[in-house]
Design a protein around this ligand. Structure first.
Ligand code: DAH
Length: 371
């Protein structure tokens, strides 16, 4: 009987291993698995007979039956991972994109107004001698707040509706290496620029920023541009002239009137909010003139503590800074009244508001000619 069992299990093993190797699909393999190891499966049935055996018989037959189960189980696992790999390779091959295909059909996309405005800003400020700087969107607490004179207890933090990175809520706010937040503004690029470069400094830093806020005029991701000048003998007069020159070039009108209102930002002293005058034309607000005022940006003279945090001597170096919402600039210039469709990725909206990829902003040709 023992010999017979040995032969039975050997035969079954050979039969099953051949069936496993022959399975051409995951479904076929699953059928073999059920036939062998399922509730009514042949190996399962054999295992069940063991309970009724005498201890001697069990000793004789046990190893063969258990060996059979192990061999079948591991063969199925190996075949399964092979078939999965084959399926994945086939899927990847079928989804491959041939990047060398000529784009002979007209491309449906256009340049997004946010990208367009960023290009316009770079063009306008390049003419004033500003370089474009950038920084990480996952930022350290120190760069986003601490170095900008916004300590942990500062009420300005509550206004920023900060997104903290998962698991980093309790990490050290003075750590200058490990990111802790999604940057809530582009101001940390001021810090990174001052740490990495010797003054004089003239940069703008356009980019994505994040706050936990969402309605018709706020989205959790939005865009800002930061401006920073560090040099000797810089005054509020330089700030005002720069902003006026920028806004005239941006809105492509000479009748731009600015109003600087005293304000407060922890990283500037004094601070000013800048309003731009508008007129009402056919019931719509148009930038230019001074029938009413619209706030467009925050600015001020860089706080000595910020200059010091970046290792510079505030008695030697002064500067001004400003920060401005790019999405809002785009809305004001190109007449969109809802911010949310900016990020819907709807091709119809883009066709309406987008710009031709071949029409680069230039100061001589007009920085923003709609497509
Ligand atoms: N970072 C400020 C904000 O997001 C904007 C700002 C205000 C930036 C004044 C500046 C500045 O550089 O001087 O609300």
């Amino acid at each position: 009987m023992t010999d017979n069992t040995m032969t039975d299990t050997d035969d079954l093993k050979t039969h099953l291993l051949v069936a496993i190797e022959a399975s051409a699909s995951l479904d076929a393999l699953e059928a073999v698995r059920v036939d062998a190891l399922g509730k009514q499966g042949r190996v399962t049935q054999l295992l069940k007979t063991m309970g009724a055996l005498s201890p001697e018989e069990r000793q004789a037959r046990g190893p063969a039956i258990h060996g059979l189960r192990e061999a079948v189980t591991s063969a199925i696992a190996a075949r399964k991972s092979h078939l999965e790999q084959v399926a994945l390779d086939a899927q990847l091959a079928s989804e491959a994109l041939d990047m060398t295909l000529p784009a002979d059909a007209p491309l449906p996309g256009t340049v997004h107004p946010v990208s367009q405005v960023m290009d316009e800003l770079a063009e306008i400020f390049a003419d004033l001698g500003f370089a474009v700087a950038s920084g990480p969107e996952m930022e350290t607490d120190w760069h986003n707040f601490g170095a900008l004179n916004i300590p942990e207890t500062h009420p300005a933090r509550a206004m920023h509706d900060t997104f903290y990175l998962a698991g980093r809520e309790d990490s050290d706010p003075n750590d200058r290496e490990t990111p802790r937040v999604l940057r809530t503004h582009t101001s940390p690029v001021q810090i990174r620029t001052m740490l990495a470069n010797k003054p004089p400094i003239r940069i703008i830093a356009p980019g994505r920023t994040y706050r936990s806020d969402s309605d018709a005029t706020h989205t959790p991701m939005f865009h800002q541009v930061e401006g920073l000048v560090i040099d000797k003998g810089i005054t509020l007069g330089h700030l005002k002239w720069t902003l006026e020159t920028f806004l005239k070039a941006f809105f492509e009108r000479d009748d731009i009137v600015l109003r600087l209102r005293p304000s407060y930002f922890p990283f500037t002293e004094p601070s000013a909010e800048v309003d731009v005058g508008y007129s009402v034309v056919k019931g719509k607000r148009v930038i230019g003139g001074s029938e009413g005022w619209m706030e467009v940006l925050g600015s001020g003279m860089v706080h000595p503590k910020v200059i010091e945090a970046c290792g510079l001597d505030p008695d030697e170096w002064q500067g001004f800074a400003f920060g401005c919402g790019i999405d809002r600039l785009a809305m004001l210039k190109y007449g969109m009244d809802d911010l949310r469709p900016f990020f819907d990725g709807d091709i119809r909206w883009l066709k309406h508001y987008g710009f031709s990829a071949l029409d680069m902003p230039t100061l001589s040709g007009g920085v923003g000619t709609p497509a």
